[in-house]
Design a protein around this ligand. Sequence first.
Ligand code: E4P
Length: 221
Amino acid sequence: MKFFIDTANLDQIREASDLGILDGVTTNPSLMAKEGITGTDRVLKHYVDICQLVGEGDVSAEVIATDFEGMVREGEELAALHPNIVVKVPMIREGVKALKYFSDKGIRTNCTLVFSAGQALVAAKAGASYVSPFIGRLDDISTDGVELIAQIRDIYDNYGFETEILAASVRHPMHIIQCAEIGADVMTGPLSAILALLRHPLTDSGLAQFLADHKKARENA
Ligand code: E4P
């Protein structure tokens, strides 16, 4: 399972990257705004900075336009920034056309704002490289987000679609574990959810005991 971090914050990307287990980054217009990145030039430069931090990993950069021509224009500009850019396109009618256009041109895409199996099926048929079901936002409205990942996994496996399932809107470590059990190809979440996977109280108490025993043995030697 690939681990992406869902942020536009360079410090958090660096911290996750330093762990050595980061495979990529996803951003969206809200995350860029949260970092105060505004204006086309600054936004484009920020994407390049992220790509340079991540090295080999994919970086999803979202189009703002909602019409086909605008998405194509913005997507081509984003894709030209760096080979690791994946153009993020919303699951709307014009977006589906844009996904197909980009796919035909060899430009990789991430179909975002996916909340149903039907949307995921259409994204795969349009040739999306990644599909992003937002599991946390589904949970927020009392719908099982993880169950959607399982449904999409079955559908894609039935037909051999190569679109990668990118479990998005991950909120906590159990989301990651459940998605891994189902076989999601990728998860994207906050640094806190990734770091939470590492922690266990028995690890902490066990390590404290090992160190205490080692110290005692040295003192008695
Ligand atoms: C995915 O690519 C989105 O950026 C993201 O996962 C949305 O997460 P949120 O629901 O926590 O905003």
